[in-house]
Structures are given as structure tokens and as C-alpha cells.
Design a protein around this ligand. Structure first.
Ligand code: GLY
Length: 555
């Protein structure tokens, strides 16, 4: 009898171990900027939990990395609360102003106005980051909002030495920011790109953050600051109203869950396309035993899975509060099996047999990702953005806040590609208070071995980067290998496989060429942050993408 009970326990052990792992006992942060990573560790050392740290890191990034994200933008924060075992997505994605229309970026002949959705206050959607951070602090944090925001305020008020990346960003965006005097004054003292090491102070942003610390989200969405932003936006040609700000709400979304050959995936649902597209691709791939295939065949199958999943992104996805999407079908294993059956083992599927060809996505640097874990096992993955570098470039004078250009994530005209070369249709057309379709997708992975947090900026390439990182973790990788992995990307249109140096061997390039792929080597891209926790050894690893200046710490 005893033996039978022991036998049963041994049988159940892996399941129990998976369901109830011990606490990690370590705090860890990975972010795209060293000061922001330090802020996260400091807040946890002072008694905050991972949620406090995520709020503090996100706010700090709006000061030290405003070309990527900020309180004038928005994003998604994926939370796991260790106490309840529950996960939630805080959707702080921007929404379109009430006066926005489906054709607002078209001229009278129906042509898309170049740059209309990318530059200046007309390209700015109503920001969601402040509402998201305040919500996370109030509902999940242990510290006060003022404590979580204090390090960001200090960085803005006392300044910090400009890093190499910030300097490069200012050099590359000078032409755009010159058009918007408040931003120009803050970032280009004496009308010059400041050198590396320059002590950059942002007193207006410090005051804005201080107001929020004192009065919460209301300080940003109502009152004098809201009026200051709306007046400035309207005076410069934008269409924001006080009601747009007043009415903005975060949305709490149930995380999307999926399974890849026994690995559990927790990620972001629409209005991000990221989770759906990656899970659809993984469903296609789960019908293969990739480990048994040659490297060349694995890459062929992964690229084809990306192609099909991105096709459905263009066709169906948008804000779930506005459009009906066939999500059940897109995530059905039968649907995946049908797509899998159409993949030939030795030939690329031409995308232009499925829809018209569009131009290639330009490379860009924007958006940011964080990964945070505390000793109790609370987890946060966040990906948030002002969209392209320095967003719209527009800063309402006196606020220090760079506004996003997230309106470009909508479809300005069906079939016409946006700044990421992505096409779409009416599912993602502009409508008042609608959220533009995103690709941002902080993700948690759970296997019997342990868990991983991962996320990255990179527009449409976010999805393929997270997909490759997910497969790497499934195959035994850790935080370091997840962020370092050479990357490749296919988004259905254009019908081109973009790849980083080293992503394919010479033989694979020849092999893929013979299958009919058009390959294009591009500069290294992405800026992934990851934390992994190995249950058996107890090891917590954190890693920042070696392509950029971010840092990761574990204590
Ligand atoms: N702005 C990029 C994205 O949300 O995917």
C-alpha cells in the first residue's frame, strides 16, 4: 500500500512541481537602459515588489529613454501575482481621439499623406501609460505611487549623463525634432546634439511626474496639465479634446494562453496582434518534431509558419472592442493543421499568390521592453512605446512629455503599408476611441524545467523575435541565449526573409534560395530583455540584449 502511494506521488511529482514551484528568492530586472535597471533593483531593495519595480522602471525609462517610450505613450504590462497565482494584462494602449476618422491621413484624392500619421500632434493618440502605471501601483504594489515615481523624478530633475544610444538617437532625429520647439529646447541645448556624457536635465518632465506622484492619474487626464496638453496639441494642428483625456481608461485583459508541445505560453491578446500571431505560428509548428529536422528544414518551416500567421494578422486583427475576430478559428489546431498541410517541404510559398505585394518595412528604433521578477515569484513583462523614435516629436510646451505617433499603427488606407510595412484592412481602420493594432507582446513561458519572461521592441519583428526566443527556451535555452540568438523575420508581405548576420549559415542561405526564398541580410535589430528561473537548480538568470546598451541584474 505504502509503495503504491509513493509510486503515485512519484508519478504526480512532475505535475506538482510544475504547478507549485518554490519561490525564486531572487529579485531580477532587465531593461534597455542601465539607470532604469538600477532603479528597479533599488525599489525592490527598499521593500517594493516586482510590480513597484515595474512601475519605477517604466517611469524611469520615460526619462532616460524617451525616444522609445514615455508617459506620452502606452503599452502592455503582463503581470503574474504569486499570491493568487493569477495573471492579468494591463492594456495601457493609446486610443484614437474622438475626432479621428478612417480617412484622416488621406488627401482629397484618397492618397495617404506621407508622414501624416508619423509626425506632429495629429499623429498622437491619447496616451495610456500613466493610467496603467497608476493602476499597477494601486492594485499590486506595496509602496506608494510617490515612492515608485521618486527615482524617475530624480533622474529628470538632477539629470543623468547622456549614453551612447541616446546621443545617436538625437543625432538621427534632429531634423524631426527641430520642427517642435519645446522638444528641441529640452534635447538640443544651444541648438546642438549634446555629446555623450552631457548631463541632461528635464525639469518640466520632473514637474509633470511630481504632479502625478502627488495626485495620481487625475493629474494627467484632467485639470491644468490636461488643458495645457490639449491646448498645445490643438494649436499645432492636432485634434485632442479634454474629454478624450478625461474618458481614457485602461482595459484589463485576460492573458492569452497557448501550448506548444507541453510548454505553456502566457501572452498578450488583442489589441496586440503579437499573441495571436505567435500562437498561430506555434500551432502550425507543433505538428512537426522540429528537433528531428535539419537546421535548414527547421528554418523553412518557421518562416512559413510566420508567413501564414502574419497573413491572418493583416486580414482579421484589430481592437476587440470594435471588431469581431475569428480568434477561435485562428487558434484552432484544425486550422493550423490545414495551413501546415499546404506547406511544401522543399519550396517557399509565394506571398503574392495570397495578396498584393507591398514595400519593405524600414528599420527603426523605438519601443522598450522590461522583465522583472521578485523573490516571491511575482512577475512582470512590459512592452511599451511612443512608437517611432521620439514618437510624434511633439512636446506640449512646459510639460516635458513627448507625445506618441501611435496613430500610424492604424491602417491609413486598406492595403497601404504603415511605417512597419504592415498592411491591414477595415479591422484596423481608424475610429474614435479605438486602439490601434499593436505587435507588442511581453510573454511568460512555463515548462517543467522552469519559467521565462521575454519581450522586445521591434514593430512587426517583435512577434518573430519572441517566437524564436520561445523556441529557444523550449529547446533548453536561458535568458542569455534567448536575447542573443541571431534573428530572422518574415511578415507575409513583403515576401522577403530578413535576417541578421549569422542567423543562417552559407549552406542554409543556398538551401533557402533554392526553395524560392528572397533573403535580405539587415543590421542587427531588436532589444530583448529576459529573465529565466530554473526550478531544479534555483538559478535565476537575467539578460539584456547584447545588441544594445541595456543591463540586467539579479540579487
Ligand atoms: N507601435 C508598435 C506596436 O505597437 O506594435
Amino acid at each position: 500500500m505504502k509503495l503504491r502511494v509513493i509510486g503515485l506521488l512519484l508519478l504526480l511529482f512532475p505535475l506538482l512541481a510544475w504547478a507549485t514551484p518554490l519561490k525564486p528568492g531572487h529579485d531580477a530586472v532587465a531593461s534597455a537602459q542601465p539607470f532604469a535597471t538600477q532603479v528597479g533593483m533599488q525599489v525592490m531593495a527598499e521593500g517594493g515588489n516586482a510590480f513597484d519595480a515595474a512601475v519605477a522602471v517604466s517611469a524611469a525609462l520615460s526619462v532616460v529613454e524617451p525616444y522609445s517610450s514615455g508617459i506620452g505613450g502606452g503599452g502592455f504590462w503582463l503581470l503574474h501575482d504569486a499570491a493568487t497565482g493569477k495573471g492579468i494584462v494591463v492594456d495601457g494602449r493609446e486610443y484614437a481621439p474622438a475626432a479621428a476618422t478612417a480617412t484622416m491621413y488621406q488627401d482629397k484624392n484618397g492618397n495617404v499623406i506621407p508622414d501624416g500619421s508619423l509626425n506632429g500632434p495629429l499623429s498622437a493618440a491619447i496616451p495610456g501609460e500613466v493610467a496603467a502605471l497608476v493602476y499597477i501601483n494601486q492594485h499590486y504594489g506595496k509602496l506608494s505611487l510617490a515612492q515608485d515615481l521618486a527615482p524617475a523624478i530624480k533622474l529628470a530633475r538632477d539629470g543623468f549623463p547622456l549614453d551612447r544610444r541616446f546621443h545617436e538617437m538625437l543625432a538621427s532625429r534632429a531634423d524631426k525634432l527641430k520642427q517642435w520647439p519645446a522638444a528641441w529646447k529640452v534635447f538640443y541645448p544651444n541648438g546642438q546634439v549634446p555629446p555623450e556624457g552631457y548631463l541632461l536635465k528635464q525639469p518640466d518632465l520632473a514637474n509633470t511626474l511630481e504632479l502625478i506622484a502627488r495626485h495620481g492619474a487625475a493629474a494627467f487626464y484632467t485639470g491644468a496639465l490636461a488643458k495645457q496638453m490639449v491646448d498645445a496639441v490643438r494649436a499645432a494642428g492636432g485634434i485632442w479634446s479634454l474629454d478624450d483625456l478625461h474618458d481614457y481608461q485602461i482595459k484589463l485583459r485576460t492573458p492569452l494562453t497557448g501550448d506548444y508541445r507541453g510548454m505553456k505560453i502566457i501572452t498578450v491578446p488583442p489589441p496586440s496582434s503579437g499573441g495571436i500571431v505567435m500562437l498561430e505560428a506555434l500551432n502550425i509548428l507543433s505538428g512537426y518534431d522540429l528537433a528531428q529536422d535539419s537546421e535548414l528544414m527547421q528554418k523553412h518551416l518557421v518562416i512559413e509558419a510566420m508567413r501564414f500567421a502574419f497573413r491572418d494578422r493583416a486580414e482579421y486583427l484589430g481592437d476587440p472592442d470594435f471588431v469581431r475576430m475569428p480568434l477561435q478559428r485562428l487558434l484552432s489546431p484544425y486550422y493550423a493543421a490545414g495551413l501546415r498541410a499546404s506547406i511544401l517541404p522543399d519550396k517557399a510559398t509565394p506571398s503574392n499568390e495570397l495578396a498584393p505585394v507591398t514595400p519593405e518595412a524600414p528599420e527603426s528604433q523605438h519601443t522598450t521592453s522590461i522583465a522583472v521578477m521578485d523573490g516571491s515569484g511575482n512577475l512582470v513583462g512590459g512592452t511599451f512605446t511612443v512608437n517611432f523614435r521620439f514618437g510624434s516629436g511633439f512636446m506640449p510646451p512646459g510639460t516635458g512629455v513627448i507625445l506618441n505617433d501611435e496613430m500610424d499603427d492604424f491602417v491609413s488606407k486598406p492595403g497601404v503599408p504603415n511605417g512597419f510595412g504592415l498592411v491591414g484592412n477595415s479591422a484596423n481602420e481608424i475610429a474614435p476611441h479605438k486602439r490601434p493594432l499593436s505587435s507588442m507582446m511581453p510573454t511568460f513561458l512555463y515548462t517543467r524545467r522552469g519559467l521565462a519572461i521575454l519581450g522586445t521592441p521591434g514593430g512587426s519583428r517583435i512577434i518573430s523575435m519572441v517566437l524564436l526566443g520561445t523556441l529557444n527556451y523550449f529547446n533548453g535555452g536561458d535568458a542569455q541565449s534567448i536575447v542573443s540568438l541571431p534573428r530572422y523575420h518574415m511578415q507575409y508581405l513583403p515576401d522577403v526573409v530578413f535576417y541578421e548576420p549569422g542567423a543562417f549559415t552559407a549552406d542554409e542561405i543556398t538551401g533557402l534560395g533554392k526553395m524560392g526564398y528572397t533573403l535580405k541580410e539587415i543590421h542587427p535589430y531588436g532589444n530583448m530583455q529576459s529573465i529565466t528561473w530554473d526550478y531544479r537548480s534555483g538559478k535565476v538568470s537575467a539578460a539584456a540584449d547584447p545588441r544594445d546598451i541595456g543591463t540586467a541584474e539579479v540579487k
